[in-house]
Design a protein around this ligand. Structure first.
Ligand code: GL9
Length: 841
């Protein structure tokens, strides 16, 4: 390894090398030092914000020491690395996670206490890193945790948005979006002002033949934007491995502003250039499962992909290996189609910059990339208009045309004369304007394509990508069912449950081998154990009840059944089905005698989630939920029997409070629409049951935990198409109970019914695309079964214990091992010894 410091002067470096601190005294010393020097404060003005800052800096120093060692170790070993390209990383808070992963939370707790602070208050100071929309972004975050915990040499590459997903406020029952400026103080990132990449846009292509008669293409002109790297350390659990997440920030290539323009008096335009450059990484697009085709979004994608690939290629070139070894050293995973341009960019680097032949380059490209599909919803499949592409990335468009030409030639050889097939699979859609189909490009340019749950992977093979299965054969298409990290979603979010499990399974080993949970089966009928189990659930519900009280003012009874649906608001996820069910329950209660009411299980219906700012139907659903709550919660006939809560600004740190407190959670998408879902896994792992449809990972959860432990309802994916057909061509009669619900809404019981006309109309008059009416009866009936089952607490608790015991499969560690074996062909880099930390109990 090259080093700047000569051999004979390295002793001084070794002598003063940074060492990770371990004791409580050292921690306190570091905190006080940061307060008194880094923050220029003292014990007389150290508030909780400052204590959070200092504690974080103490842990950051520790992480970065291990980060440096890990990077050196991985570079020295020179084994294959994984690069996970994702436009979203929904990390949440870092401090609690860092403390737990390095195994020093108790040390920090005592240390902070001696300094006059409660650790919970300090943890709560942190602003979430919310660089993602929902499941897709959180999956990327769980994968980073697993890759580090399993000692894989792996980097995440993303964008450093100045504004993450907006903050949601509820004003008069409506969603209001507030910008989330999160970078005021962020101790977890390291700016690397020395690691910059200049990225080109626009311009034109000049083609000529060189002296050897070889065709050469030069992309010239246009404008340059500079990418600056920001590194975030990713600590593994109970291992020294600390991986890297590199996020790119955009700025003007000429520095602050263009001095020539400035000096010639053109001050305004020089500042405008700078602002235009910074706009690229300014804001995360807040759409979930929707593609809007905006130019700035394509700019973000290329900016990020170009900087990341330049970085990856630069690192590879240092190794002085032959280009043909590129795929032996590097695996790049595309998290959805957002980074598909990486395929084109690598081909461009290899043929235009490095002078490789097309075929040689293309073999390297296709052996390097893997593509994960996360949705079959047609409105989410990315397409970019050819004129837009032509203008922004002229050379890339040419390469795409060439990729398509060679691809279609191969299809023609395999299916001679099948012109329909050629039109169907062409990367270019012959529409007006023409469009580039990014998913098709991703398939053609990767060696493996995977879905994220069994049903979803089957659906992509038999519907949207079925021609490609014929062309490439079935082996190119595979499944890796999603998972979640048990570190954050059990140990961190539910410390008491984690502690109880540890006490029965011989320590925290289950957090690294989740199948150990199996050992809990033998306690499913253990009276003492069940009592503790139930107490923990109750305590978690009390905590949520307090949170509900403090944020909404509504008092809820922790003994009531907590029914939770938290996720992005989307018609396909069917929060409207849930709220219509709540209104049906309200009608039922109103019609009951006092005697009948006594027999009913009290319920708290809790909702949370953001609507994309431009998604009116989703906003209408939020409005209805809030208005129903306003009426129901103050109706004396109802009392404790039903409360309806909408929790503002659902995010990762709130999920950590909400998830452990559910009795039942709702995963009720129209069958065939939710690729996997991951919160379904989190809720079951925390001792809650599910009411859900046969969709996404619900199906595999059922297989694992047993169908007695889940409340399934509704039509199956295979019947959806026919049902939609009957809506459109037959007479569409609504479920009679749903009609009663609509009648109540139309009587202005929840405010002016005009506000909800589009929502009821989409079901009554516009085909009920998401089958709300078709599934309504089955949903209501199944909710009644939930009520009955909950009355038998003893059996209910047994169900939840058995379910948790059988959830081992859904660890994201299992996912990462599957990706590593089936797709990446990489091995972990063993560490000499586990840190021995993270073992504290
Ligand atoms: C999603 C699917 O909708 C989820 O069902 C799936 O669990 C996750 C992770 O695989 O991916 N696809 C998708 O586009 N989003 C998902 O959550 N949306 C975003 O988060 C942007």
């Amino acid at each position: 390894v090259e080093a700047l410091i000569p051999e004979h002067q390295r002793d001084a470096w070794k002598k003063f090398q940074a060492k990770p601190w371990v004791s409580k005294d050292d921690f306190e010393k570091e905190v006080v030092r940061h307060v008194e020097t880094t923050l220029a404060r003292s014990m007389f003005n150290c508030d909780e914000t400052a204590a959070y800052a200092a504690a974080s800096l103490a842990f950051r120093d520790r992480l970065i020491t291990e980060w440096n060692r890990t990077q050196q170790r991985q570079t020295f070993a020179d084994t294959k690395r994984v690069y996970y390209l994702s436009l979203e990383f929904l990390m949440g808070r870092a401090l609690d996670n860092a403390m737990l992963n390095v195994g020093l939370k108790n040390v920090a707790k005592e240390g902070l206490s001696e300094l006059g602070f409660r650790i919970e208050d300090i943890i709560n100071q942190e602003h979430d890193a919310a660089l993602g929309n929902g499941g897709l972004g959180r999956l990327a975050a769980c994968f980073l945790d697993s890759m580090a915990s399993l000692n894989f040499p792996a980097w995440g590459y993303g964008l450093r948005y100045k504004y993450g997903i907006f903050k949601q406020e509820i004003v008069d029952g409506y969603q209001v979006e507030v910008p989330d400026y999160w970078l005021d103080f962020n101790p977890w990132e390291f700016p690397r002002h020395d690691i910059v990449v200049d990225v080109q846009f626009y311009g034109g292509v000049r083609k000529y033949q060189d002296d050897d008669g070889k065709n050469v293409a030069v992309w010239e002109g246009g404008e340059i934007v500079r990418a600056v790297a920001y590194d975030v350390p990713i600590p593994g659990f109970n291992t020294p491995t600390t991986n890297n997440m590199r996020l790119w920030s955009s700025k003007a290539a000429s520095g602050e502003f263009d001095f020539q323009k400035f000096n010639s008096g053109d001050y305004e335009s020089s500042v405008a250039d700078q602002q235009r450059a910074e706009t690229i990484s300014a804001v995360l697009y807040p759409n979930d499962n929707l593609d809007r085709g905006k130019e700035l979004r394509l700019k973000q994608q290329y900016f990020w992909v170009a900087a990341s690939l330049y970085d990856i290629v630069r690192r590879f070139k240092k190794s002085k290996r032959a280009w043909s070894e590129f795929p032996d050293q590097i695996a790049i995973q595309l998290n959805d189609t957002h980074p598909t341009l990486a395929i084109v960019e690598l081909q461009r680097i290899l043929i235009d910059m490095e002078g490789l032949d097309w075929d040689e380059a293309w073999a390297i490209v296709t052996n390097t990339f893997g593509y994960t599909n996360h949705t079959v919803l047609p409105e989410a499949l990315e397409k970019w208009s050819v004129p837009l592409f032509q203008n922004l990335l002229p050379r890339h468009l040419q390469i795409i045309y060439d990729i398509n030409m060679f691809f279609l030639q191969s299809v023609e050889r395999k299916f001679p004369g099948d012109r329909d097939m050629l039109a169907r699979v062409s990367i270019i859609e012959e529409s007006q304007p023409k469009m580039v189909r990014m998913a098709f490009l991703a398939i053609v340019g990767s060696h493996k394509v995977n879905g994220v749950a069994e049903l979803h992977s089957d659906l992509i093979r038999t519907t949207i990508f079925k021609d490609f299965v014929k062309i490439f054969g079935p082996d190119k298409f595979t499944n890796v069912t999603n998972g979640i990290t048990p570190r954050r979603w059990l140990h961190q979010a539910n410390p008491r449950l984690s502690e109880l499990i540890a006490s029965k399974t011989g320590g925290l080993g289950f957090l690294k081998d989740l199948n150990v949970l199996n050992e809990l089966e033998k306690f499913a009928d253990d009276k003492e154990f069940k009592k503790e189990w139930a107490e923990i659930k109750y305590a978690n519900k009390v905590k949520l009840a307090k949170y509900i009280k403090s944020t909404t003012g509504v008092t809820v009874n922790p003994s009531a059944l907590f029914d939770i649906q938290v996720k992005r608001i989307h018609e396909y996820k069917r929060q409207q089905l849930n709220i219509f069910g709540v209104i049906h329950r309200y009608l039922t209660i109103k019609a009951m005698t006092a005697e009948e009411r006594k027999k009913l299980a009290p319920r708290v219906s809790i909702f949370g989630g953001k609507a994309a700012p431009g998604y009116w139907m989703a906003k209408t659903i939020i409005h209805l939920i809030n208005n129903v709550g306003a009426v129901v919660n103050k109706d004396p006939d109802v009392g404790d029997l039903l409360k309806v809560i909408f929790l503002e600004d659902y995010n990762v740190s709130k999920a950590e409070i909400i998830t452990p407190a559910s009795d039942i959670s709702e995963h009720i998408s129209t069958a065939g629409t939710e690729a996997s879902g991951t919160s379904n896994m989190k809720f079951v792992l925390n001792g809650g049951l599910i009411i859900g449809t046969c969709d996404g990972a619900n199906i595999e959860i059922t297989r694992e935990i047993g169908e007695n432990n889940i409340f399934l309802f509704g039509n199956l994916a295979e019947d959806v198409e026919d049902l939609r057909h009957t809506h459109n061509y037959g007479s569409h009669t609504l479920d009679p109970d749903l009609v009663k619900v609509f009648d109540l809404i139309k009587s202005d019981a929840f405010g002016d019914a005009g506000a909800f006309g589009a929502l009821t109309g989409s079901i009554e008059d516009h085909g009920d695309y998401y089958l709300v009416s078709d599934d309504f009866h089955s949903y209501i009936k199944t909710q009644a079964l939930v009520d009955e089952a909950y009355k038998n607490q003893d059996e209910w608790i047994t169900k939840t214990i058995l379910s948790v015991a059988r959830m081992g499969f859904f660890s994201s560690d299992r996912c990462i091992n599957e990706y590593a074996e089936m797709i990446w062909n990489v091995e972990p880099l063993p560490v000499e010894k586990e840190s021995g930390l993270g073992k504290e109990e």
